[in-house]
Design a protein around this ligand. Structure first.
Ligand SMILES: Nc1ncnc2c1ncn2[C@@H]1O[C@H](COP(=O)(O)OP(=O)(O)OP(=O)(O)O)[C@@H](O)[C@H]1O
Length: 311
């Protein structure tokens, strides 16, 4: 029995009226398994079905066909148990949309503690403070309203809220997309650290291959609702061969080169850090690349990482 089993899952949405209804097949016959403690990334362009699949995995909506089993039993039911809700948590892209601006940081983290009755009322404050402090929000800021935090701080609070439920699996749906690059690096490191500390399993949805590369162990590429390619060891990233996967890599590297000192820098094929790599650009030798703040997890495949190691 796997920790999570996705078995031939499909999802069809119906839109339009009675006479002009249209079917959208968002997810088509997707199967994969996940083991406890790993991070599996789902990548794909907008509309490829990533979020729909993620929502089904955490039981927010039913499948049309196929089934999803978490620790051996079906995830979705009309009356999902509290234990199951507790075990499957989410962190979304836009923290402002998923928090009540009038709530304080402490109140946001208190929600799952209270709902799942995880901590006796008299101990809640202490637990909130510990979780928030671990996320870098000091005690002095616990009672500030959500609206007064920056995007990065609020995302930290949302991560604390997910952790407060003592989850087994966290769905990270584009958790960094709305943040500045420097903040992204900090949150990425935080996500990596707490994964070990709290023995978490991550299902990461992202269109950012660099984020995927740092955080994930495995990778699934989706295209028009289908899984078109799967890499079971992220360090073999360069072996991606499906034309659509190669397009994704090219999009990641060239997008960067477009803004890279306004020069036409040719990235090294297969290295997603190519445009930030010291070897790829003379000017970068004298500059501090943004991703220096991120600790490379898989050093061999990143030129910059290899050079770091030698220093
Ligand atoms: N509730 C819904 N009702 C109707 N169609 C939907 C619904 N949710 C998603 N879809 C459609 O299903 C398809 C897949 O959408 P989904 O949001 O899962 O893709 P995605 O890869 O996560 O894209 P993005 O990165 O833009 O979020 C799209 O065509 C979308 O319009």
């Amino acid at each position: 029995m796997s920790f999570l089993e996705i078995k031939q899952v499909s999802k069809t949405y119906k839109s339009g009226g009675k006479f002009h209804s249209r079917e959208i097949q968002a997810v088509k016959d997707v199967s994969f398994t996940m083991e406890k403690g790993e991070c599996l990334a789902i990548v794909g362009e907008s509309g490829s079905g990533k979020s729909t699949l993620g929502r089904m995995v955490v039981g927010l909506e039913p499948t049309t066909d196929g089934e999803i089993l978490f620790q051996g039993s079906k995830v979705w039911s009309k009356h999902m148990s509290k234990e199951r809700r507790q075990a499957l948590q989410m962190v979304y892209q836009n923290s402002f949309e998923v928090t009540n601006p009038k709530f304080t940081a402490a109140q946001i983290v208190e929600e799952p503690l209270r709902y799942f009755r995880l901590v006796p009322p008299e101990k809640r404050r202490e637990r909130e403070q510990k979780l928030l402090a671990r996320m870098g929000i000091p005690e002095s800021e616990m009672d500030k309203k959500a609206a007064s935090f920056s995007g990065g701080q609020l995302q930290r609070i949302c991560i604390a809220r997910a952790l407060a439920a003592a989850p087994e699996l966290i769905l990270l749906d584009e958790p960094l997309s709305s943040l500045d690059v420097s903040v992204q690096a900090q949150i990425l490191n935080l996500l990596q650290d707490i994964k070990e500390e709290y023995q978490l399993t991550y299902l990461l949805i992202s269109h950012d291959l660099e984020v995927v590369y740092y955080l994930s162990d495995r990778l699934i590429v989706m295209y028009f609702g289908k899984v078109v390619e799967q890499i079971d060891d992220i360090s073999l990233f360069e072996e991606l061969s499906h034309p659509y996967s190669l397009d994704l890599i090219d999009a990641a590297t060239y997008q960067e080169t477009d803004t890279h000192h306004g020069e036409d820098v040719l990235p090294t094929k297969g290295c997603i850090y190519a445009s930030r790599c010291k070897r790829a650009c003379e000017r970068c030798r004298t500059e501090e690349p943004m991703l220096r703040e991120i600790r490379p997890k898989h050093k061999i495949a990143c030129h910059f990482g290899v050079e770091d190691e030698k220093e």
